[in-house]
Design a protein around this ligand. Structure first.
Ligand code: AMP
Ligand code: MN
Ligand code: MN
Length: 353
């Protein structure tokens, strides 16, 4: 077993983002978020005693990391903080359990029904909040922190920048504006978001501002090697078997490479759904394909469709047409048909793109 990341890390030193160590005071340049929105967000946070945080269902490193990072700072400001995500089976994905701050998390059933102030992270729509949708609808104020171009503009204050590589960049900016300082725990959470959404600084979204932010985070003393191992370089044995099944039925047709993983595949090895996240990264390497798709059957029997593009096709648009969302090169949606029907509909939309 890999020891907890925090146990191994050296004593952190603090970085004042506005001091000599700061490379940039703005996570994304230029800042797409209007100053008036920042001011309104700070005012609402200042006035609130309890703040309810949420992120999208089946949280990834960006969703959970951004939420917990801001949670740490709000807590240090003396706020009561409660954080959650609206999955029917509430569990932090195994690969994110190393993130500090999990004591802030409560299952949806313990979440305030009508929060005074709610902040959502990395969720482009109301629907992506899952079971917490009704709580969001009933909240007095909702600050939306997000980087999806497709953000539907829900909530009462939008801290939304579609050019940011990760929600973690907006979360960092919010932390600075709240007067917070990065410590190793906060930086670990933000770093998990940054590396997840940039594919370890490989995607085209990896701007100088991304590397500058990474420099600020790494300067707190976090262990990039341990974080990378937790996120990508370990899995239960069953993952190899399920991956083998997925690769065994992978199909290449006209620039599209695709496969699927069923509940039955996973059940044979007791492999949780969240362990499937990395399969798309193997499938998408196919030279002959511009678009890669992995259909993953979740525990409820729905297909969670992961789509990746090498750039020529806007899969975010394809996904949106099928009821989902995402970005130009990484998108997804939920389907309730058979594998065959799902792929017929997918090919039809892909043909239009
Ligand atoms: P994934 O393949 O699960 O990593 O998802 C890639 C991206 O697609 C995510 O970052 C989301 O922006 C988007 N996405 C995935 N699933 C959905 C969904 N069911 N509805 C809307 N957007 C989604
Ligand atoms: Mn996400
Ligand atoms: Mn994100």
């Amino acid at each position: 077993m890999t020891p907890d990341v925090r146990d191994r890390a050296e004593r952190p030193h603090r970085v004042d983002p506005r001091g000599a160590d700061a490379v940039s005071s703005c996570a994304t340049e230029p800042c797409a978020v209007p100053e008036a929105a920042w001011r309104r967000a700070l005012k609402l946070i200042g006035q609130a005693d309890e703040i309810a945080l949420s992120c999208h269902v089946s949280p990834d490193g960006d969703a959970l990391g951004s939420m917990l990072a801001v949670g740490f700072v709000l807590r240090s400001m003396g706020k009561r903080v409660v954080a959650s995500f609206g999955d029917r089976q509430f569990a932090v994905p195994r690969l994110l359990r190393f993130l500090p701050g999990q004591d802030m998390l409560v299952p949806p059933k313990d979440y305030p029904a009508a929060p005074e102030l709610m902040i959502t992270f990395d969720s482009s729509t109301f629907e992506r909040l899952g079971l917490l949708r009704d709580h969001t609808a009933a909240a007095r104020e909702v600050i939306v922190v997000d980087h999806h171009l497709s953000n539907a503009g829900f909530g009462t204050v939008g801290l939304i920048d579609g050019t940011a590589a990760a929600t973690a960049m907006l979360a960092e900016q919010l932390i600075y504006r709240l007067g917070g300082r990065l410590d190793r725990d906060i930086a670990t959470c933000l770093y998990a978001g940054l590396v997840t959404d940039t594919g370890s600084f490989r995607h085209s979204s990896t701007t100088p501002a991304v590397h500058q932010m990474a420099a600020r985070l790494v300067a707190t003393g976090l262990r990039t090697d341990e974080i990378a191992r937790e996120l990508w370089d370990r899995s239960p044995f069953g993952y190899l078997k399920v991956l083998a099944a997925a690769l065994d039925r992978v199909t290449l047709e006209d620039g599209l490479v695709w496969t699927y993983v069923t509940r039955v595949d996973r059940a044979a090895y007791g492999l949780p759904y969240a362990e499937l996240e990395g399969i798309i990264d193997i499938v998408r390497r196919t030279d002959e394909a511009q678009v890669a798709v992995v259909l993953k059957e979740d525990d409820q029997g729905a297909w969670q469709v992961s789509i990746r593009s090498k750039g020529a096709v806007d899969v975010g648009a394809v996904s949106a047409a099928l009821g989902g969302g995402g970005h130009h090169n990484a998108a997804g949606y939920t389907a309730h048909d058979t594998v065959e029907e799902t792929m017929v509909k997918f090919r039809r939309e892909l043909g239009k793109a």
